[in-house]
Design a protein around this ligand. Sequence first.
Ligand code: UGA
Length: 436
Amino acid sequence: MRISVIGCGYLGAVHAAAMASLGHEVIGIDVDPGKVATLSAGTAPFFEPGLEDLLRAGIESGRLRFTTDIAEAAGADVHFIAVGTPSQRDGDAADLTYVDAAIAALLPHLAPGQVVAGKSTVPVGTAARLAASVHATGATLVWNPEFLREGWAVKDTLEPDRLVVGVPDGEAGAAAADTLREVFRAAVDAGIPFLVTDYATSELVKVAANAFLATKISFINAMAEIAEVTGADVTQLSDAIGYDGRIGRRYLGSGIGFGGGCLPKDIRAFAARAEELGRAESVSFLREVDAINLRRRDRAVQLVTEALGGAVFDRRITVLGAAFKPHSDDVRDSPALDVAVRLHGLGAQVTVTDPEAIPNARRLHPQLTYIDDRDDALTGAEAVVLVTEWDQYRRELDPVHAGSLVRDRVVVDGRNAWDAAQWRAAGWTYYGMGRP
Ligand code: UGA
């Protein structure tokens, strides 16, 4: 099929490359000429395992191109809208400027029978608001939310847990659902559930899923707070309740909490939208989820302070990680970087290392000291803080070796990623988050 993807950020670039890998003919469109040039050269503008291979293969096959010219969308069977929906500058609600602009720019190029498929995460009610303008061209608007995780984006796009398509009532809606089924034929044939819903449900599926994940993480971090005053071990608690199939162990990882470009912004936008709908109380718990999450960053700073005897001023602290999670160079709302910045703000001599995220972190916080090499970063530290559980730290850093580099063997494990006994056996004073 012929496909256009409007917006080539994280979501759009991955989607375009993935669609080309399925055999579709894809044009990726973005207003940023720099991004278009980078993608056209087969280079990913961000760190995402597997993406460059897919980009290069797509470009070499002739099925994948990028342009700044929206007119090149003309003739596509399906136009995916993949632009960002950041928080508004003066509040938590989603800023729909880019979605509205993308649709407006696309309208003159639409033709009857084509499908416009929104992928961006939007407040419930957006598709219904935009439908009339699209339908006036004879094309049909559907909403097809994306559930990809950074670091696993290629796999999540090609083999999602489910596909959801919100369609309008009537024949045009049913035909548009069939068109999307054809786009995702490989996944559908492999048995991946394909759910056809109304607009509002499809929009809600996305924010509800992220709200649930955020709630799960904050739930276990709330338990960590209780563990801290009772001497319990939250990691054992996660394992024990996680064995209950109704609960499940995933997203029960306690520590400094969630960050990134999605979970924090999406739960705030959801709460703001519920308020507009007169249902603020229905999701008021999301404010609490947010508050618990942010408290864990304070707690990490407090633990480092305690570990250093009450003050961090002028002390040498090595922070392992800057990205909001491993397998990503994204530092948007990164709890890891936030902890580093707060320690720096208290006068500590902070050195940050990360396998991928240093360039992005430096751009945002040039005041911190960055060292690429993990062992160089550790050398001379009076305390080590693990905040992003990269394999280079979680699995590959031997406590005996690390102990030979630092000045004092004091460690705060902000992700509860290490075996405390092993670090203690190597002479370290170990502090976890909600662990004795
Ligand atoms: C999240 C969702 O998982 C995706 O399904 C969704 O498509 C995406 O947002 C989006 O809306 O675009 P992502 O932001 O890539 O994906 O990150 P996750 O892997 O979900 O992790 C989010 C944060 O939670 C990270 O900071 C991570 O360290 C933290 N986390 C995760 C925990 O603190 N504990 C856990 O057990 C799991």
